[in-house]
Design a protein around this ligand. Structure first.
Ligand code: PEP
Ligand code: MG
Length: 833
């Protein structure tokens, strides 16, 4: 069994911050011969995935599983910081135990340590002792661990026999998963191990068992749902209790060719990378929405019910967010949702609200009065941690209030100085109004990587991080931060070193981009002579010129609905004609694909007074709406066809799901063409609905081209809302299910002799560009800032290699495997993904 020796203990140290403390601890581990220096970086990264603070001033930093090769020998060291080092929101560490684990020999030391944890006086003594042997005894002695109660135990009643998880036994991470499973049930669960028992709701108690990998555990349960909890636990043990989990807190596959590191010293708020680049500056919270409630309501029984439904809905949302963030970013970052759930459960608040309803107030007004007054009281308290709960309470309060209220879109206010803009979410109409000079970057509570916020951010070349969670809105306006769009994190309170590092990374990116820019007019011809056209996605007239200047070989997607978003009434034919003609002229002979209106889904146009829909992404959007509002459609087609007289314009219909929609759209277009006396133009459709893929052979008979909209195709194929903050990390357009859809489409198109482009977000992502080209896509339409880099990437590869990777991708099990295939290919070629 592993023992700690006095030479592995350092007393009376001080460190300014956690990173410095970890480096000191790592140094002791190197000196003790436990690790190679490279392990220290991994210890720092581990903290960013989840802090290793145990409680009572004790932290146990250790590296990530993939750094195990840097471990020379299993061992622990202890560094004492009597003044404490801020470690996590839960406290400062005074005893820091560095762990290098090749096997599970250190578990007994950990178990002893957790014995100390339960004893405040002892942990106080260890934090201040001047004698290393006091620490050595505490950690080596068996005394701190619970005494075995019996050598042999027989179990009656519901129980489950399992093996302690591999590879390191029941340490903090699997034990946390265990606790989380049990919290979903009422039953009391006890874990028995070698004569000891632990309350399975208590992490500390579980750690005290010191159960090594493969040793036997018996779980007993009492209570109504004893059988159910044991069944859930059996499943959890079978799936390894979260061991071998993904270690990065975010989807690091930013649409950029930058190697991502997460070595920051400031506080990290993890989200998803939606647009690459790094920004630094003060934060500024954007607010638009106002919730209005009726004061009085005659039917109190109905109001009581509405309140209950709304509370249940909010609780369900919070649970879902918790689960999602738990997997994505670890228990520490998910904890905010747990805290919010607790706030929802406050019996005093509930009875007071029901009391107001009984006096004739509406559910919304009652709830608002109660949560606002409580939050006001909290905010006035001097103790900062309690005051911070006021923000939480308001957040939860609004979550419950929303379904009870009328949501009024207020006038948005925009910053008048450069800021990193924080928002709950940004509607396309908000993002369209942003002044890029005043916005250094975007960071949102919700949203997904293919949401329109992300699309606009990419086109404006603004770094963006989405799906960060509501704690984002607790930040004070003016607080300094770094927004790392490559890594998908916001760094709050960055250190000097963080700032220097961010500046350095910005410079390197800039230098790479300058190089790519010099070559931007060279076509993307692969090493074996195959050409892929790289065109631009644009959303306003002025961008056509920018597309040409960036090396774009045309416009593969003009999202015409954006011309309708920034205003209070629809643009008339004349105005649209001028916009389209400006684009045609700027492109000077290069093709312009004008997609007809794709209103609906997340793109609301309030002045059109369209009926609200339960499920707008599955509702009347795109071409369906054009048929409902043929007046708008015809006006647009007139403007497009008039502009087509000046240059090569192609028309593309969005959201086509059935051949008869195409027939109808074509018939309307033809009648408008005859009206305006234009020559026939090429017509194509977006392939973004699974039914269109399955009918691609028929659809191909009636069009000149397809353009695959992977943003929508991904959401419809995987049944994951493209805006969903929790599902966003999985809603990856490189999922093999989506790629198989692309493959089917390309095959059908080839048979019919038409070409296929792609204009969804992954077309501009390095991995996406390679795999889509390998699948036979011959035009990639991407955000303007990505044009030079996508061209450069393809020029450095052979199509034969891209095709081989694409074939393997189709047989892969998930998007991560596909991304790994491309990474390997590019690593061989010396490029980066
Ligand atoms: C798509 O769905 O991939 C697409 C390009 O269209 P939009 O993002 O505008 O829905
Ligand atoms: Mg779409």
């Amino acid at each position: 069994m592993l023992t700690l020796t006095p030479s592995q203990v350092r007393l009376g140290r001080s460190a300014a911050n956690k990173a410095e403390a970890i480096r000191m601890v790592g140094q002791v581990m190197v000196e003790s011969g436990f690790i190679a220096p490279g392990y220290i970086d991994s210890m720092l990264k581990r903290e960013q995935v989840s802090a290793t603070y145990l409680g009572h001033g004790i932290a146990i930093p250790h590296g990530l599983p993939e750094a195990r090769d840097h471990v020379r020998q299993t061992g622990v060291v202890v560094v004492q910081f009597p003044a404490g080092v801020p470690w996590s929101p839960d406290g400062s560490a005074r005893i820091v135990v560095g762990i290098a684990a090749k096997s599970d020999e250190h578990l007994q030391v950990l178990a002893n340590l957790t014995g100390v944890l339960g004893d405040e006086a002892q942990s106080e003594a260890l934090a201040h002792t001047e004698d290393p042997s006091v620490i050595v005894q505490a950690l080596n002695g068996a005394a701190a661990a619970p005494e075995p109660t019996a050598a042999v135990t027989t179990f009656e009643g519901p129980h489950l026999q399992v093996a302690s998880p591999s590879p390191h036994g029941l340490h903090a991470r699997p034990a946390t998963v265990l606790v989380e499973v049990i919290r979903r049930f009422h039953a009391d669960v006890t874990v028995h191990h070698e004569g000891r028992q632990a309350n399975a709701r208590s992490l500390l108690s579980l750690l005290q068992l010191g159960a090594r990998a493969g040793t036997s555990l018996t779980l007993t349960a009492t209570g109504d749902d004893a059988d159910a909890v044991l069944a859930a636990l059996r499943d959890a043990f079978q799936s390894g209790l979260g061991e071998g989990e993904a270690v990065a807190p975010t989807a690091n596959e930013a649409p950029t060719a930058i190697t991502v590191t997460l070595d920051y010293e400031g506080t990290l708020v993890a989200g998803l990378s939606a647009s690459p680049g790094i920004a630094a500056g003060p934060v500024w919270a954007f607010q638009r929405e106002r919730l209005e409630v009726e004061e009085r309501a005659p039917d109190s029984a109905y109001e009581h019910r509405r309140l209950e439904e709304s509370l249940a809905g909010a609780a369900a949302e919070l649970r879902q967010l918790y689960e999602g963030f738990l997997q994505k970013a670890g228990v520490q970052r998910a904890a905010i949702f747990k805290a919010h759930l607790e706030l929802l459960d406050d019996p005093g608040m509930l009875s007071e609200t029901h009391g107001h309803i009984d006096t004739g107030m509406s559910a919304g007004a009652s709830w608002r009065r109660v949560f606002e007054s409580r939050a006001d009281m909290l905010a006035k308290l001097e103790e900062p941690t309690l005051a911070a709960r006021a923000a939480d309470l308001r957040d939860v309060g609004r979550r419950v209030l929303r379904p009870l209220a009328k949501v009024v879109e207020g006038e948005a206010t925009f910053p008048d100085h450069p800021v990193v803009l924080l928002a709950e979410d940004l509607a396309p109409s908000d993002t369209a109004k942003l002044d890029p000079a005043m916005v250094l970057g975007l960071c949102t509570v919700g949203g997904g990587t293919t949401s329109h916020t992300a699309i606009i951010a990419r086109s404006l070349d603004l770094p963006a991080v989405v799906a960060v969670g509501p704690s984002l809105l607790d930040l004070r306006n003016g607080q300094h931060c770094i927004l790392d769009g490559d890594a998908g994190v916001l760094v709050v309170g960055p250190s000097e070193r963080d700032r220097a590092k961010a500046a350095n990374q910005r410079e390197r990116t800039q230098a790479r981009r300058e190089e790519e820019k010099l070559e931007r007019y060279r076509p993307a011809i692969t090493l074996d002579g195959k050409r892929v056209e790289v065109a631009a996605n644009i959303s306003e007239a002025a961008e056509a010129q920018k597309a040409v200047d960036a090396g774009g070989e045309g416009v593969g997607l003009m999202r015409t609905e954006f011309l309708f978003l920034k205003r209070d009434n629809p643009p008339d034919e004349e105005e649209q004609f001028h916009a389209y003609r400006t684009m045609v002229r700027a492109l000077n002979g290069l093709p312009l694909i004008l997609r007809t209106l794709d209103i609906g889904g997340d793109k609301h146009v309030p002045y059109l007074s369209l009926p609200a829909e339960e499920n707008p992404f599955l509702g009347v959007r795109g071409i369906r709406l054009c048929f409902e509002r043929e007046d708008l459609f015809r006006t647009q087609l007139r403007a497009i066809l008039r502009a087509s007289k000046e240059g090569p314009v192609r028309i593309m219909y969005p959201m086509v799901a059935m051949p008869e929609e195409l027939t109808k759209a074509r018939a309307i277009t033809e009648s408008v063409r005859l009206e305006v006396g234009a020559d026939p133009v090429e017509v194509g459709i977006m392939i973004e609905v699974p039914s269109a893929v399955m009918m691609a052979d028929r659809l191909a008979r009636d069009v000149s081209f397809f353009s695959i909209g992977t943003n929508d195709l991904t959401q419809y194929v995987l049944a994951m809302d493209r805006e969903h903050p929790v599902l966003a990390p999985q809603a990856d357009g490189l999922h093999p299910a989506v790629l198989r859809m692309v493959d089917l489409t390309v095959r059908a198109a080839r048979k019919a002799g038409i070409w296929v482009g792609a204009c969804g977000g992954i077309a501009g992502d390095p991995s996406g560009a390679v795999v889509l080209s390998g699948l036979g896509i011959t035009e990639l339409s991407v955000a303007i800032p990505s044009i030079p880099s996508v061209k450069a990437l393809l020029r450095g590869l052979s199509m034969a290699d891209a095709e081989a990777v694409a074939r393997e991708a189709l047989d892969s099990g998930n998007a991560a495997e596909v991304r790994a295939l491309v990474r390997d290919l590019l690593a061989k070629k010396g490029a980066k993904a």
